[in-house]
Design a protein around this ligand. Structure first.
Ligand code: MN
Length: 203
């Protein structure tokens, strides 16, 4: 029998998705974002300051992922979990990014809650796709992407993307935020409107 470890073949990984707990059992990486780390993400600075003053310090979103294989052809599998909430009329959201290798795609699958995947190209296209349990969204290369929790409970997704992709978070900050904002409606729903601070994406 050939010993595949000698051939550099990685062991398979079995993961247990505990969506309600926001856990990916068997994963080997986790990062968290607290409200205090998200200054400048939301347009309403007064609302942000007020929320921060009463903040518990708990994470507002986190990612647990498995990246045991590296290099070309490898995939990273993980879950993204966003708590519900708003800053002004904007719903809680991830910072968002374009993949550092922008040709790399990503698939998201809704696990829990009600969210929106906000997608934009650097040349001006913008789309907002609802994500619920059982929804899959394919994010092609070249699209800036962000998750937004428009529901009243946790919003969690499973994601899979190439290990070589990397993330460019700063592209959104340099553009004055994403082109579109996902905001609360008077009727309790959500809608998309233009971000007046957006100055266009630059390389
Ligand atoms: Mn991504």
């Amino acid at each position: 029998m050939i010993d595949t470890h000698d051939a550099g073949i990685t062991d398979p990984v079995a993961l247990e998705i505990r969506a309600a707990e926001g856990r990916l059992v068997g994963s080997n990486g986790r990062y968290e974002k607290r409200l205090s780390e998200l200054a400048g993400l939301y347009r309403d600075e007064r609302a942000f300051a007020a929320s921060l003053a009463g903040d518990s310090g708990d994470p507002v979103y986190w990612v647990e992922s498995s990246d045991t294989q590296r290099g070309d052809g490898a995939l990273i599998t993980g879950i993204s979990v966003l708590e519900p909430g708003r800053i002004g009329d904007e719903f809680f959201m991830t910072r968002g990014h374009l993949h550092a290798r922008s040709e790399c795609a990503e698939t998201y699958v809704g696990l829990e809650g009600e969210g929106v995947m906000l997608l934009e190209t650097v040349d001006g296209r913008s789309e907002a796709h609802p994500v619920r349990p059982g929804t899959a969204v394919y994010v092609p290369g070249g699209w800036v992407h962000r998750s937004v929790n428009v529901g009243t409970g946790r919003f969690s997704t499973l994601f899979v993307y190439p290990a070589v992709a990397g993330q460019d978070y700063d592209i959104i900050a340099r553009a004055g935020g994403m082109r579109s904002l996902v905001v609360a409606d008077v009727d309790g729903g959500w809608s998309v409107r233009d971000n007046p601070d957006h100055v266009g994406y630059r390389a």
